[in-house]
Ligand binder design. Structure first.
Ligand SMILES: Nc1ncnc2c1ncn2[C@@H]1O[C@H](COP(=O)(O)OP(=O)(O)OP(=O)(O)O)[C@@H](O)[C@H]1O
Ligand SMILES: [Mg+2]
Length: 250
């Protein structure tokens, strides 16, 4: 197996608070990886650092062995890294279709009218249509993003995240606010996209049933540090992990 992203002693500190501390990880291409841990464990901060939305105070990040520690999010998107957010991040007044088309156009580098031949515009439109179908939003195509149901807005976020055609995609709680049935459906969709698009997904998820049934690899964070990582079976048996999830089914 090949590492898709690797970190060395990452640290991010807010005053005295270590949001992320000494995080050294190697995550493998093609493994469906979940990052779990209690509220405030540092999961979002880690995703922010790995996707370039926050600079670490310490440590290094390598994407396919190329150092990216201080690259901004736009440069990372161009290299094939994208993400979705824990809090909704769509353009509410633009239609569902426009929300998807924008990142597609930006990837195809056809945003400037000087470059936009009819053919290339057609290509972008076709691709955006395809993505709409992949995330089950074909029928909502012309609705403003902000008028979709909560669950559909999360699907739209997923569509936006894959529209840049990433090799590596971070999803921060893609199923938050959904019903248990919707959660399973959306995470199964993510798994399907992973295999069809050959995208490596690293997700943050609170639903332990989903995490343990769908993940190939689990990283457990607690108080900014990696408490444990491994296959679901091994994580389930880990006493330290069981202790921090005391009272919850894992
Ligand atoms: N911009 C910030 N300024 C100050 N403190 C922050 C900032 N961002 C995060 N923190 C703190 O860092 C710690 C880790 O937060 P983070 O959001 O990464 O946790 P999380 O594991 O994603 O939690 P949750 O499950 O609630 O989403 C928390 O104590 C949080 O209050
Ligand atoms: Mg979070």
């Amino acid at each position: 197996m090949k590492a898709i992203i690797r970190t060395e002693s990452l640290g991010k500190y807010f005053g005295q608070m270590a949001a992320v501390h000494e995080v050294t990880l190697t995550l493998q291409e093609g493994l469906f990886t979940s990052v779990i841990g209690p509220n405030g464990a540092g999961k979002t901060t880690l995703i922010n650092i790995l996707s370039g939305y926050m600079l670490p105070d310490r440590g290094k990040i390598y994407f396919r062995e190329k150092e990216i520690t201080r690259l901004g999010p736009d440069k990372r998107v161009k290299m094939g890294i994208s993400r979705s957010f824990q809090v909704m991040n769509i353009f509410p007044r633009m239609t569902v279709f426009q929300n998807i088309l924008l990142p597609v156009l930006s990837r195809l580098n056809k945003t400037s009218s000087a470059f936009s031949s009819l053919q290339s515009q057609k290509e972008a439109v076709e691709e955006a249509e395809k993505i709409l179908g992949e995330v089950w939003l074909q029928e909502e195509k012309d609705s403003p993003g902000g008028e979709l149901s909560h669950g559909d807005q999360r699907l739209l976020e997923l569509g936006i995240a894959v529209a840049s055609n990433p090799q590596l995609c971070f999803l921060d709680e893609p199923s938050s606010g959904m019903t248990p049935i919707e959660r399973i459906k959306v995470l199964e969709l993510v798994k399907k996209l992973a295999s069809e698009r050959k995208t490596t997904f690293i997700i943050v998820e609170h639903d332990m049933d989903i995490v343990f049934s769908l993940s190939d690899w689990i990283v457990v964070m607690n108080r900014g540090e990696v408490l444990a990582e491994g296959k679901p079976g091994d994580i389930r048996e880990n006493q330290e992990v069981r202790d921090i999830y005391l009272g919850e089914e894992i």
